[in-house]
Design a protein around this ligand. Structure first.
Ligand code: AMP
Length: 559
């Protein structure tokens, strides 16, 4: 009954596992299993001659072919120097990630007998400009129409909010995934999901807990056998231990102890790992998550949010029982474990579904009123301002509900507003009064987006021909910071007309949209001459390389 609106799928592109979801004919988000009948797919890519293999088989192959298998690619998203070489070809993180997306879409398409074209993809809240753009490009290379990139905690909150839309609340989303940790405060209302503050560490996740087990096993092995060499130098042993450690960790979420064995160079050592020991080995990691949470709460207080109503745990690693225990001890609120592996993909699917309903509603209202609605997100504004009558809106919503079988409230509530903050500060390199080179931040982290901020800088010398604009990203909240605390994300050169005096004002505008895309304009204002700067995105795939990746993606089969 319900194939009349375009389906927009939600994809959780995770560090260790990925999944895909859609909203079914009853308005419920469901995970689509892969060809192996699993609900999550390991984010692992195996280059097997002319085949690309993604998922469990790739993960298992890592042991036999460590140099042909790529894992944890998400950690390298947006990194200009990461190139994986296979045969005579070079692959960037965007392209490798595109294979994971392709595998999810291919399997889901087969399961549902329909082609998947439009998607919402999630990324960690702390992802900066380049990482977000890289995520979008990964989707494009896979052949998708990427409707939006949304934050993982926001997606989780949407999935959570969708269960109970009657109450308004402030929730803390504590997300400990395979490779990343983020914590986000979100204000959930009936018609909006607003991120207040976000924090975390992109190098802290379940894998670090695995690494502690690995280190412990190596130590025990050395003790038992007297072997002093670093057995992790052997790639086979390393792979083997990684897999056993992750398995042991998962078992310890259920049981108080587990047997583990280490085999290397003909020696085999068996041992029992107890949960208590595991917790002791990893206590400092858990403490770091608590510290990040407290730091974020401090920033939220600065924005007038003194407390929160609930804590929800997402991310596979929150299944470790010590996480909920520690959180409850710290904040005196029992956290809710809510679909830790699936909430993000489901939330993205619900968001995509709302986008699709909203698109359809806009189309119907446009047809009825003969009014152009150029931006669907403006619909609620137009109704508020009576540019569109409540009656036309109601009629269109009723028709859409009748045609699709979805409930009228779900159609009427499709206009969900997602408000976000920037997780990074952005600025430019400038000279301070004592002539030191510093970064001057123009947009500070945790500022609500979209944001448009301007700042005047001045040329240094007479008849200056060019101005080098170095756009810097950082995780501090200070206005002036040393260069080494920031990362250069883009550069641009502004060419000036001849014979200008020194101290000429150059106004730089930072325009950061709701999805974290940054546009920069520099204007030389002395004689009302306007010079637009085209900023190149240095660290994300583009141009010929992007075209090549797309082409390669068309011809390669992903298994
Ligand atoms: P995610 O990125 O959210 O898929 O989280 C994946 C991480 O969760 C990996 O480090 C997994 O090893 C970990 N994980 C999954 N299930 C469990 C479990 N039952 N106990 C402990 N960790 C788990």
């Amino acid at each position: 009954m319900n194939n009349k609106i375009k389906r927009i799928y939600g994809i959780d592109l995770g560090t260790t596992y990925s999944s895909i979801s859609y909203v079914d004919e009853y308005g419920k988000a469901v995970i689509i299993p892969n060809a192996e009948n699993e609900r999550v797919t390991p984010s692992v890519v195996f280059f097997d001659e002319n085949n690309i293999v993604v998922g469990e088989v790739a993960k298992e192959s890592a042991k036999l072919y460590p140099n042909e298998v790529v894992s944890f690619i998400k950690r390298s998203m947006g990194e200009p120097n990461f190139i994986f070489e296979y045969g005579s070809e070079h692959y960037r993180p965007e392209e490798i990630s595109s294979y994971i997306l392709k595998k999810l879409a291919q399997d889901a398409g087969q399961y549902l007998s329909e082609e998947i074209t439009d998607v919402v993809i999630t990324c960690p809240a702390y992802f900066g400009i380049n990482e977000r753009e890289a995520t979008r490009k990964a989707g494009e290379i896979a052949g998708f129409n990427v409707r939006q990139i949304i934050n993982e905690p926001t997606a989780a909150a949407i999935a959570y909010g969708s269960l109970d839309t009657s109450s308004e609340k402030v929730v803390l989303v504590y997300d400990l995934g395979g490779g990343t940790f983020d914590v986000t405060m979100i204000d959930i209302r009936a018609d909006s999901v607003e991120v207040i503050c976000t924090g975390g560490d992109h190098n802290l996740g379940g894998k670090d807990w695995d690494d502690r087990i690995v280190a412990y096993l190596v130590e025990k092995f050395q003790e038992e056998t007297g072997i002093k060499e670093d057995i992790l130098d052997d790639p086979d042993t390393w792979q083997d231990l990684q897999l056993s450690a992750e398995k042991a960790k998962k078992i310890l979420s259920q049981r108080p102890k587990t047997p583990v064995s280490v085999t290397h160079g003909g020696n085999r050592v068996k041992m029992i790992l107890e949960r208590e020991k595991f917790e002791e080995l990893t206590e400092d990691l858990l403490e770091r998550t608590v510290d990040f949470t407290s730091e974020m709460l401090g920033a939220a207080r600065g924005k007038g949010y003194e407390g929160f109503d609930e804590i929800i745990l997402v991310g596979g690693a929150t299944r470790m029982p010590q996480v909920a225990k520690r959180i409850e001890k710290e904040f005196s609120i029992a956290p809710k474990v809510f679909d830790p592996d699936e909430a993000v993909a489901k939330g993205a699917a619900i968001y995509g579904w709302k986008l699709a309903l909203n698109d359809d509603l806009v189309r119907r209202i446009s047809e009825k009123t003969k009014k152009e609605i150029d931006r669907p997100e403006n619909l609620s504004e137009m109704i508020k301002k009576s540019e569109i009558s409540a009656d036309d809106f109601k009629k269109a919503a009723q028709e859409l509900a009748d045609d699709t079988g979805y409930t009228l409230p779900s159609v009427e509530n499709a206009m969900l507003r997602v408000k976000n903050v920037t997780s990074k500060s952005f600025g430019v390199v400038a000279h301070n009064p004592t002539d030191e080179e510093i970064v001057f931040n123009v947009v500070l982290r945790n500022t609500a987006v979209p944001v448009n901020a301007k700042k005047k800088f001045y040329t240094a010398v007479e008849n200056q021909k060019t101005v080098l604009i170095r756009i810097m990203e950082s995780e501090t909240s200070d206005i002036e910071i040393p260069i080494e605390n920031a990362e250069e994300i883009k550069t641009a050169i502004l060419h000036l007309p001849p014979n200008l005096p020194a101290d000429l004002p150059i106004e730089i505008t930072f325009d950061l949209n709701g999805e974290g895309q940054l546009h920069i304009t520099a204007v030389e204002t002395s004689e009302f001459r306007q010079v637009q700067v085209v900023v190149d995105t240095a660290s994300v795939i583009g141009g010929e390389e992007l075209e090549k990746a797309k082409e390669r993606s068309q011809t390669l089969v992903v298994h």
